[in-house]
Design a binder for this molecule. Sequence first.
Ligand code: SF4
Ligand code: SF4
Length: 293
Amino acid sequence: MGCTMIGVAVEEKIKQIALQRGADVAGIASVKDINKSAPRGHRPGDLLAGAKSVITIGARRYTAGTWMTSSTEVMHRSRSAMGTRDAIPLVLARYLEEKQGYPSIVYNAHMTDTGMNVSLSLKVLAEYAGLGSRSMAGGIILNKKFGLLGFSAVVTTMELTPDGLLSKPVCPHSSCIKMWNKKKTTPCMDACSAIEGTINGSRLQDVIYYRQLCATRALTTMNAAYLRLLSEIIKEEDPEKRKFLAIGQARQYAEDPPGRGIWGRCIECMRVCPVNRKAFKSFLKSREGAANE
Ligand code: SF4
Ligand code: SF4
């Protein structure tokens, strides 16, 4: 288990570093716990032999204003927080290696090129680190305070005290339970045919997520999606249409991914989710009058 350093447990120190660097939340999961849910071939030990713990950090992907924009382009293409999300695990991995002496690796959503079947599920890592719980909306991990977060992680051989699963799930929100009791639907289900499920009392039951429907709307900006479509694009006979599909009408800079402008990223289920809405609204409320301070 983690040692105590000058009065601060190493687990606390790790979380402090993450929060000081811009993470909204940070938590620790044990590899033993993760292996209860992750199948062989998708476990931390498959990436780093001897892995004992995984530190997961979460950062809000969007500003509060982004959730309120009337522009679908702004909404669907905002990625401003991703740099912070991906940079923090590197700082933590260096800390674990240089100050603690344990080999560690950074893991983020684009770390391995395995398409839809990721090497490690960041959802599982976040859940076992106590950062939120699975939601009706495609199993997105909802955090009670921040709603939707983007996650990244550090896999380490250091044994740390884990945070573990939340005792009370974040989804369904009380207003969703009321809506279910009246109309047999919830805001996310009402917004999207990729989501189906039932609520029993105050708990989710029989949740179905049609990944093939969601993936074509929500996961369309990844390089993997572009590569998957490339063979179809090459077969397009009209040269102008082929060029449009291959390059994208909105590609402005060399670093823009090919296809930018053709594909957006749906996130409607979170735009209507009361947990997520409450998160950005309470942030704005807490800042009311701050401009005059
Ligand atoms: S991201 Fe879009 S397509 Fe996917 S479940 Fe949510 S609303 Fe449906
Ligand atoms: S709208 Fe949000 S809180 Fe309500 S059921 Fe859907 S994901 Fe859960």
